[in-house]
Design a protein around this ligand. Structure first.
Ligand code: UCC
Ligand code: FAD
Length: 582
């Protein structure tokens, strides 16, 4: 009756209109694919230990860490450049949550696990699985951890563990009071991709291997870091520096002295950013910063590359982790939100939409996790030559591939919540805007595509031969493939591989224009190969078959060579610049 209808809107009862909200449960227990993948890869004795750790860490992630990550987003860092008397102080204030995330990172061994090597070659897979759970809840603390890990690895690769023991021990410490984080200052105003032309910082000899750095670092992510690796040009006695790559050297900087004073570093301003708001990203003026030369003069870009390999793998795992997180929340929401008289989970169209995202996520997961396993093998001296090549070739591929997929999954994922996906307070938009940095930093998509060409060229094509032999091995057992009904998929993967290798042999100069399509195609081929390998394993389940079969319904973006030739390049320019005043 009409009086009870109006009662419904009586102000005291308006609480009954709340909207169902998704829950984040233990992200390890809820992630059947991660558990299945780790069971497939890890030997039993390692598996039990790793599962115990991931399960208890997952519980911490879904409670304490998620709350801290959200607090870090809501309370971004601030910079106070002057005190009340006009004295320059450059006081960077970070939130309590951010500092607590530092402590948790140490306690949980988020860097240390990769260096303790308790599970020898499997330690990296353990560490990166833990980071996979941590990253989307971490309030971007995953970023300083990436650079910290990269710095520790650089020290190890340079065989400086003894000479730099106090630093190395802090970077890999589990004790929050001694755990250090590292920055990585490469980008200057003149260029972040083209570091060779962009680096204008210079270094004046102080004594021995100690220098004073002068320069302007345009992006510094972890401005609260304790140390950094950076690049500068050494000035000779006549005040000259060498231009280009050959003029760039690598330096180690401690950001503060023993009394806590800044090492002649001025924080000029904090960046006002689309996302990563939790992160104290700043512009830094190095004004006579004391620094130690690392390695040979003029070899800076090459020497810093082991750090880049690690940070690019962190980027990859963070991209995939954000995809997984969006889907965990979205599918839970689908069981709670009703539309047209049914729960979303009962709408086949909605489920098809999410299944497409799940397919991309599973593909990216096998790619990312495989590379971390390869890294572990390489670091323990157990990798074959083929595996070392695969790690080199597929690190930039995975970085660009997963970052792009993360963006599309984040966008579709937000839409799966309808209007709620656009609402700031529930934290979902944070996942979206933080994903947008993943294709940009640590080398943009095009720069990663060109790095793939560099890997090919530097190895005289051996990195691609490694892929071919991997594909051959996975597709050689015809009898088994026939028994499993996977011959068509194996055939398709072989055809894709042939198209890619043929292109690299015949493409000549057009391969530069084709580099992005080439790299994405490689990502699809290798991921398909890994999915096939998993589907052929005795532990495979019905979803492994379905994932592979759906993956093989895609096509690779690489087109015929003439579609990248000079004519088509000038048409590109014509299309883009049509109407521009130049
Ligand atoms: O963005 C940054 C931090 C963000 C925060 C951290 C996030 C981590 C993830 C967190 C997730 C939440 S730090 C800035 C990152 N910047 C970049 O990545 C730079 C992008 N640009 C490039 O990568 C370019 O390709 C350059 C700078 C490497 C191009 O330099 P060059 O000098 O023009 O290139 P060359 O001449 O080809 O390479 C110089 C040397 C060569 O060695 P040699 O001298 O022995 O022949 C190359 O083989 O460097 C070597 N090299 C490499 N080696 C270059 N790239 C590599 C590589 N990837 N691996 C091994
Ligand atoms: P540009 O090099 O100007 O690139 C512009 C566009 O041109 C890009 O799309 C690029 O793909 C394209 N392009 C460039 N060269 C080519 C080519 N040869 N062929 C085809 N396309 C090309 N840097 C640090 O060193 N330390 C940090 O801690 C750090 N933190 C960051 C934090 C944030 C939030 C962000 C956004 C950036 C950070 N960076 C940091 C900088 C980042 O690494 C650079 O912005 C990035 O590498 C790109 O460099 P750039 O901005 O100079 O772009």
């Amino acid at each position: 009756n009409s009086s009870s209808k109006s009662d419904t809107f009586y102000p005291a009862r308006h609480g009954s209109f709340s909207q169902a909200q998704p829950n984040l449960y233990n992200p390890f227990i809820e992630d059947a694919y991660l558990r299945h993948y780790l069971s497939y890869k890890l030997p039993n004795e390692v598996r039990n230990d790793v599962f115990r750790d991931l399960e208890s860490f997952g519980a911490r992630v879904s409670s304490e860490i998620t709350i801290l990550g959200r607090e870090a987003e809501i309370n971004p860092p601030t910079l106070h450049q002057y005190d009340g008397w006009g004295i320059r102080i450059d006081k960077l204030a970070t939130s309590e949550a951010w500092r607590k995330l530092h402590d948790i990172s140490a306690e949980e061994g988020l860097v240390a696990i990769g260096y303790d090597r308790k599970h020898s070659e499997w330690s990296r897979l353990h560490q990166f699985s833990k980071l996979f759970l941590f990253s989307p809840s971490s309030g971007l603390y995953s970023c300083p951890l990436a650079m910290t890990d990269g710095a520790a690895r650089l020290i190890e690769v340079m065989k400086l563990k003894d000479a730099m023991a106090p630093t190395y021990n802090r970077l890999t410490s589990r004790d929050p009071s001694s755990f250090w984080t590292s920055g990585q200052w490469m980008t200057e105003k003149g260029g972040g991709s083209d570091v060779a032309r962009g680096t204008a910082s210079y270094a004046l000899l102080e004594n021995g291997d100690r220098y004073r750095l002068h320069g302007y670092k345009w992006f510094s992510s972890a401005t609260d870091a304790d140390m950094a690796f950076t690049l500068a040009r050494v000035q000779d006695e006549s005040g000259q520096v060498t231009d280009g790559t050959e003029g760039i050297s690598l330096f180690y900087v401690e950001t503060r002295d023993n009394h806590g004073s800044m090492n002649n570093i001025r924080i000029e301003r904090l960046k006002n950013k689309l996302g990563t708001r939790q992160l104290p990203t700043a512009e830094l003026l190095l004004d006579g910063t004391l620094a130690q030369l690392i390695g040979e003069k003029g070899r800076g870009i090459s020497l810093i590359s082991p750090m880049l390999l690690i940070t690019r793998l962190h980027n990859t795992i963070s991209a995939v982790a954000s995809m997984r997180r969006m889907l965990l929340l979205s599918r839970d929401y689908a069981t709670k939100r009703r539309a047209f008289g049914k729960f979303l989970v009962e709408h086949s169209l909605h489920m098809r939409t999410l299944a497409e995202l799940e397919l991309e996520t599973r593909g990216c997961m096998v790619l990312a996790l495989e590379l971390t396993a390869l890294l572990g093998r390489e670091e323990c001296g157990q990798a074959t030559k083929e595996e070392i090549h695969l790690l080199r070739l597929f690190t930039p591929v995975a970085k660009l591939y997963t970052a792009k997929k993360a963006m599309s999954v984040m966008s579709e994922g937000l839409e799966s919540f309808g209007g709620q996906g656009y609402i700031e307070d529930n934290g979902l938009p944070t996942l979206f805007r933080d994903a947008q940095v993943l294709p940009i930093w640590e080398g943009t998509t095009n720069i990663m595509s060109l790095d793939v060409l560099r890997a090919l060229q530097k190895s005289n094509g051996e990195v691609l031969e490694a892929l071919v032999s991997k594909v051959d091995r996975v597709t050689c057992n015809q009898e088994k493939l026939q028994f499993l009904g996977l011959e068509a998929e194996a055939e398709l993967i072989k055809n894709w591989t042939q198209s890619v290798t043929q292109f690299s042999e015949e493409g000549g100069n057009v391969i530069v224009t084709a580099a992005r399509d080439f790299a994405i195609s490689l990502g699809q081929v290798y991921t398909g190969t890994l999915l096939l390998e998993k589907a052929c394993h005795s532990s495979a389940n019905i979803l492994d078959f379905a994932t592979l079969k759906r993956w093989c319904k895609k096509s690779i973006p690489l087109r015929r060579i003439e579609q990248y030739d000079d004519n088509s390049c000038s048409l590109d320019t014509h299309l883009v610049m049509d109407g521009h005043r130049s």
